[in-house]
Write a protein that binds this ligand. Structure first.
Ligand SMILES: Cc1ncc(C[n+]2csc(CCOP(=O)(O)OP(=O)(O)O)c2C)c(N)n1
Ligand SMILES: [Mg+2]
Length: 360
């Protein structure tokens, strides 16, 4: 038995295209991206890094609510998202707000979502996504259902979901993949392995050598990717999307990544469970540094361009937080009205009660 396990585990190698020095190490799998697309990828990563820094600052000033930092995970989040189409359906976790922004969710709405304002969850019609899932792993089951719906309607689209390494220890993780596999539903399951579920290291969460191998039991494809390499994440997701659209079933993608900041801004202190050595080991793998080197080598990126993106991001954020501040204070009647298409009898009574109170 051990022999079988070993031989399966040893087949999972980390897929990489761009090494830490920004050099192509795998020409054969280099995705076909135009110069403009390569620059757009960099633009999005730089912008998102600024958004993270500003969100942390805004949170500390008491101007944002719940916030889960994203720095370090840009290649994993944006490389995978860049391989998708507008008609694909996104099922993100609480750390995956950047994918929603690049899918078209206005920034001020993301800020309202962070504040727990119901308007933050009312996505524009053309943003095909659920708002970020807080229940660990639950989005994997939802993604299986959405993917099956897409298949039944004969649409050329996929359902894509992101969870963390901790999410892969949940029952929902296995149920979602198994169900989607059984129906060959067009789903892409992404497990962002940032090494920790809050303070619990990945090694303590499972005996499995890789998270990607967990696909095997569901009878679906699994791949482990260097999650600090935006080109590798993009290529793996693009390939998974093609397979899904062609009726070849779902894929599990494990991205090896790291979050530089705390788990969330609600009191986590990562110095209690992560060493400076570990932090600097991962900072050397930084997705922005390596991609910047790659682009500079091709004369596609400069300091001026980067400064322009940073300024643009800062301005957008300033405007968006102003807009979020102008949102009407939420009322109990908004909350009740938003929940159901037709109000159940018990809530009708509450609605009337609060309408009367709020009109005073
Ligand atoms: C079902 C469930 N159990 C526990 C929690 C509390 N919780 C919030 S985040 C988290 C850790 C998740 O870690 P991981 O999946 O690795 O994602 P990361 O935060 O590292 O992105 C836990 C246990 C929860 N939200 N839902
Ligand atoms: Mg994690």
């Amino acid at each position: 038995m051990k022999h079988v396990l070993e031989s399966v585990e040893n087949q999972f190698e980390t897929f990489q295209i761009l090494n830490e020095d920004g050099k192509i190490v795998n020409k054969a799998d280099m995705p076909e991206l135009s110069d403009e697309e390569l620059k757009e990828l960099m633009r999005r990563m730089v912008y998102t890094r600024v958004l993270d820094q500003r969100s942390i600052a805004l949170n500390r000033q008491g101007r944002l609510g719940f916030y889960a930092p994203t720095a370090g995970q840009e290649a994993s989040q944006l490389g995978s998202h860049f391989a998708l189409e507008k008609e694909d359906f996104l099922l993100p976790g609480y750390r995956d707000v950047p994918q929603l922004i690049w899918q078209g969710l206005p920034l001020h709405q993301a800020f309202l979502w962070s504040r727990g304002h119901f308007a933050g969850g009312q996505f524009p019609e053309d943003v095909r996504a659920l708002f970020p899932q807080i229940i660990i792993g639950a989005q994997y089951v939802q993604a299986a259902g959405v993917a099956l719906g897409i298949k039944k309607r004969g649409k050329q689209a996929v359902a894509v979901t992101w969870t963390g390494d901790g999410g892969t220890s949940q029952g929902d993780f296995y149920e979602g993949m198994n169900f989607a596999g059984a129906y060959k539903a067009p789903a892409i399951f992404i497990a962002q392995n940032n090494g920790f579920a809050i303070s619990v290291p990945r090694e303590k969460q499972t005996s499995a050598k890789t998270l990607a191998q967990k696909a095997i039991a569901a009878g679906i494809e699994g791949i482990q990717v260097d999650g600090m390499d935006v080109l590798a994440v993009y290529a793996a997701t693009k390939h998974a999307r093609e397979r899904a659209i062609n009726g070849e079933g779902p894929t599990l993608i494990e991205t090896l990544t790291y979050r530089y900041g705390p788990h969330t801004m609600s009191g986590d202190d990562p110095t209690r469970y992560r060493s400076d050595e570990l932090n600097s080991e991962w900072e050397k793998k930084d997705p922005l540094i390596r991609f910047r080197k790659f682009l500079e080598g091709k004369k596609l990126w400069s300091e001026e361009e980067e400064t322009k993106v940073i300024e643009e991001a800062k301005n957008d954020i300033k405007e968006a937080i102003k807009k979020a501040d102008q949102a009407p204070k939420q009322k109990v009647t908004d909350l009740i009205g938003f929940m159901y298409e037709e109000l159940p009898v018990n809530l009708q009574a509450q609605m009337e009660e609060y309408q009367a109170k709020e009109s005073k």
